[in-house]
Design a protein around this ligand. Structure first.
Ligand code: MG
Length: 256
């Protein structure tokens, strides 16, 4: 079976009520891909993008950048600190993220997401990238007040829509080289750091999780946020940009 070209930017989009794979072009239009991810020449104008994968699980890593551990007054962990978000968190590029006013402070956390390409278990670190399908921008939206109050993170991380992801999947097993992660709040830079500042590498994280759980093709691993986390308010727009991938943009709306 042939495959899409390595380094291409793959999307999932909705057309006529059906999810289809596509290629995100430089001008923002989408070219339809066939089942083998080969370009068909058919262009879709104004296609509504979906999250670029349909996972069984959304795994996340807490405290994976030293500066972020510092700003939250936590000691960097000895091994990756893993938590989950339910699939109801998944949201697409340009989707509005709604949060209730009773939830207190809501924070953005710009992150790199890894998407698995093959199901795996007990993967050695040196082999781990062979199981990667690609990379996307991710926002690990967090109800910070509730995170402190609850003593564990489940409720704070699990509101509907609190895992926007996109706009596309950079289709390659290797991490984007020398990539910077930048988060902007209403156009102003609030987080910026190289992906190379991660405490635990993508390979290490895959090896770590697959020691205790099966990772399925399509699953997401969000790899932690750099320093500069902060709150959103009603009407704010948050962009997470990673060099070589693109810009994930979501508007936040507070509801009663
Ligand atoms: Mg996070």
């Amino acid at each position: 079976m042939s495959e899409a070209k390595k380094g291409s930017r793959i999307v999932r989009f909705e057309y006529g009520g059906v999810a289809e794979p596509g290629l995100l072009l430089e001008d923002g239009r989408v070219e339809v891909l066939d089942a083998e991810l080969q370009p068909t020449g058919t262009i879709r104008e104004g296609a509504r993008l979906l999250a670029p994968t349909s996972p069984h699980a959304i795994w996340c890593v807490g405290l994976n950048y030293r500066e972020h551990a510092k700003e939250t007054n936590k000691t960097p962990p000895e091994e990756p600190c893993i938590f989950l978000k339910p699939l109801t968190c998944l949201a697409a590029h340009n989707e509005t993220i709604r949060f209730p006013s009773w939830a207190g402070r809501i924070d953005y956390e710009g992150e790199l997401a890894v998407v698995l390409g093959k199901t795996c278990r007990n993967v050695p670190e040196a082999e781990a990238l062979k199981f990667v399908r690609g990379y996307a921008c991710f926002n690990d939206v967090t109800a910070r007040t509730l995170q402190g109050r609850d003593g564990q993170w489940t409720r704070a991380k699990s509101f509907d829509g609190f895992a926007p992801m996109g706009p596309c999947l950079l289709y390659q097993p290797e991490m984007p080289q020398d990539a910077m992660l930048t988060t902007r709040l209403n156009g102003e830079v609030v987080q910026q750091g190289p992906l190379s500042d991660m405490i635990f590498s993508v390979s290490r994280i895959i090896a770590h999780i697959s020691r205790f759980a099966t990772l399925h093709a399509g699953d997401v691993i969000a790899t932690g946020t750099p320093s500069g986390i902060g709150p959103v308010k009603d009407g704010d727009e948050v962009e997470v940009e990673i060099t070589g991938i693109g810009v994930l943009c979501n508007r936040f709306v507070e509801e009663d």
